[in-house]
Design a protein around this ligand. Structure first.
Ligand code: NAP
Ligand code: G4F
Length: 292
């Protein structure tokens, strides 16, 4: 039976990946942070099926202990400070967790000494102010947020450990993906939650930021399967995972409000400066030919 350690188990992708790997017969270990209030919404259904280990990407010793306790064949590093907006409020913490945290896990694997396969959750946010369209594995990065910059570090340190130490280390450059387990602060869930409140009379407005940004949105359970497939190849490499379609927030609002029979979404949606970003990623559209 293969053993796996997943960081970020309480998150959207972490919990979907755990579901997939349990189905495939893996023994699953999930790394969670020690925090005052436990966030178990996404992992409640996993509590008797996997082993939870307490560790933090900012604490090297805890990562080595998590490896010793799980003795994994594969590690999926999905933990990060993943909310782009918050990365301007906490650039240092974002750099520490989302950037340096990747290096700490790679170092822990190197020190542990077992040939563990490693997956790094890279991001289309690294393309930022896009230098070509659609974006491929060869498109130059131009990150536009402290988060994007931290992800570029994580991406390159993963490549560097592959080239320096011959580690089986892959980065998946994943474009936006969503699911019913998505955090409420991200725009798709903010909109779907807002619509649920409006259609049940609990609220009459959703206040958003920039409605003109375009994203290439996929579905998280499909994307975690792509992560797993990357680690099943003969050699390690980096892959873009995307749908190849891009849509604006306005189009998303149109579809979402129409779904509940409210065609005039403009009357329920306001905009406020406080949700605008200091620098925006206007347009993302991926080319996943290599992965396909
Ligand atoms: P998510 O739901 O926000 O989950 C992030 C996870 O990271 C949570 O489990 C969180 O734990 C954990 N975490 C945060 N700081 C940590 C720390 N210092 N040490 C250990 N764990 C920590 O993110 P997601 O959407 O599933 O995304 C998974 C990964 O893919 C992330 O690295 C994200 O940046 C990346 N990514 C996501 C997308 C996307 O569209 N979803 C696209 C490209 C890349 P708590 O519950 O304790 O906060
Ligand atoms: O849903 P978002 O917050 O996702 P964003 O910034 O694209 O980041 C997500 O995808 C990345 C991959 O490209 C991941 F790496 C990252 O971890 C995360 O999962 O915002 C999407 C768009 C942005 O252009 C934002 O400005 O929606 C726009 N938006 C407009 N109003 C809003 C809002 N975003 C949020 N979160 N909240 C708003 O009120």
């Amino acid at each position: 039976m293969k053993r796996v350690l997943i960081t970020g188990i309480t998150g959207m992708d972490g919990s979907h990946l755990a579901d997939l790997l349990l189905e495939k017969g893996y023994e699953v270990y999930g790394m969670e942070r020690r925090s005052s209030s436990k966030n178990r919404t996404n992992t409640e259904h996993l509590k008797d099926k996997i082993t939870f280990l307490t560790a933090d990407l900012t604490d090297q010793g805890s990562l080595l202990r998590a490896l010793k306790d799980s003795n994994p064949d594969e590690v999926y590093n999905l933990a990060s400070q993943s909310f782009v907006y918050a990365s301007w409020e906490m650039p240092e913490q974002t750099g520490d967790v989302t950037g340096l945290g990747v290096m700490r896990m790679l170092e822990a694997i190197r020190e542990y000494g077992k040939p563990i396969k490693f997956y790094q959750a890279s991001s289309s946010e690294m393309f930022g102010k896009v230098q070509e369209t659609p974006q491929t594995e060869d498109t130059p990065f131009y990150p536009r947020s402290p988060y994007g910059i931290a992800k570029v570090y994580g991406h390159w340190i993963t490549k560097n450990y592959r080239e320096s130490y011959g580690m089986f280390a892959c980065s998946g450059i994943l474009f936006n993906h969503e699911s019913e387990r998505r955090g409420i602060e991200f725009v798709t869930r903010k909109i779907s939650d807002g619509i649920a409140q409006i259609s049940t009379g609990l609220s009459n407005k959703i206040i958003l930021g920039n409605l003109d940004a375009k994203r290439d949105w996929g579905y998280s359970p499909d994307y975690v399967e792509a992560m797993w497939l990357m680690l099943q190849q003969d050699t390690s490499d980096d892959y873009v995972i995307s749908t190849g379609e891009t849509h604006s927030i306005r189009e998303f609002l149109d579809v979402a409000f129409n779904y509940v029979g409210l065609p005039n979404w403009e009357q329920f949606v306001g905009q406020d400066e406080r949700y605008m970003r200091p620098a925006e990623v206007d347009y993302l559209c991926g080319d996943s030919t290599k992965a396909r």
